[in-house]
Design a protein around this ligand. Structure first.
Ligand SMILES: [Zn+2]
Length: 249
């Protein structure tokens, strides 16, 4: 059986290689679907604060309120981004889920985003960054060029940033959850391999920071253990810099 030490050894080795080359790997952390304070949110705030790692919460504006704003007021390591409007799926039963797809008129979708951004500005003030995180990481491509006119200067989806985007991208690359079958955290060996793969892809050309994606409301013990271990391994390593989203855009 593999011990935790064996499982994390490939990451340590890759980071040591970065250190030997005088390089620093940039990471950032995005967590989606926050609405209100919950025990799971408390755990997320604690694990990130303990590791001194900045956190960006993608908040659903139609469902959030003063309680979350009050809770985050004392957590200077947390920023807020716009997570769609109400996280409602408008796609058909045979399609991938989308709130911001082409299923409705662009004016309707953009109007919701404008309203949502105004709500978050009022609640979170200077903690809000001008970044849109589309629910399910999907958005109608025709809308993207219109986001800056709403004050949304950055888009954050999943995967390698596409070249030639009409807007600045700050993407995520490693999703710690398994969304198929039994929902839960993915196996640690597999996630370590994914992080190492992202590091190797950036060793010669660090084009974009590595975005780690979490969903605190649905984490099981496997997911929490991975996040805590990842933050502990990396935040202590001299070749890693955990960045706030604000410093990356
Ligand atoms: Zn979401």
């Amino acid at each position: 059986m593999m011990t935790a030490d064996d499982i994390w050894a490939p990451l340590r080795a890759e980071l040591d290689r970065w250190q030997a080359a005088g390089k620093t790997a940039r990471f950032w952390l995005r967590d989606d679907d926050a609405i209100e304070p919950t025990p799971a949110l408390e755990q997320l705030l604690k694990v990130t604060a303990d590791a001194n790692v900045p956190l960006t919460l993608a908040v659903i504006p139609a469902s959030t309120g003063e309680a979350l704003a009050a809770r985050l007021a004392d957590e200077p390591h947390v920023l807020v981004a716009l997570h769609g409007w109400s996280h409602t799926n408008h796609a058909g039963p045979d399609e991938k889920k989308q709130e911001l797809g082409a299923h409705r008129a662009p004016e309707i979708v953009l109007g919701e985003l404008r309203d949502g951004f105004a709500i978050l500005q009022r609640l979170f003030g200077s903690r809000l960054i001008s970044m849109l995180v589309p629910p399910w990481n999907r958005i109608n491509g025709a809308l993207i060029a219109k986001l800056p006119a709403l004050g949304l200067e950055t888009l954050s989806v999943y995967g390698v940033a596409k070249a030639g985007s009409p807007i600045r991208l700050l993407n995520t690359h490693v999703d710690i959850m398994n969304w198929h079958g039994i929902r839960g955290g993915r196996p640690h060996e597999e996630l370590v391999a994914d992080v190492v793969k992202e590091l190797r892809a950036r060793f010669d050309d660090d084009a974009e920071p590595i975005g780690i994606l979490t969903h605190h409301l649905v984490h099981d013990e496997t997911a929490w253990a991975f996040l805590a271990h990842l933050l502990a391994e990396t935040s202590a390593h001299p070749a890693v810099a955990w960045k706030s989203a604000a410093s990356l855009v």
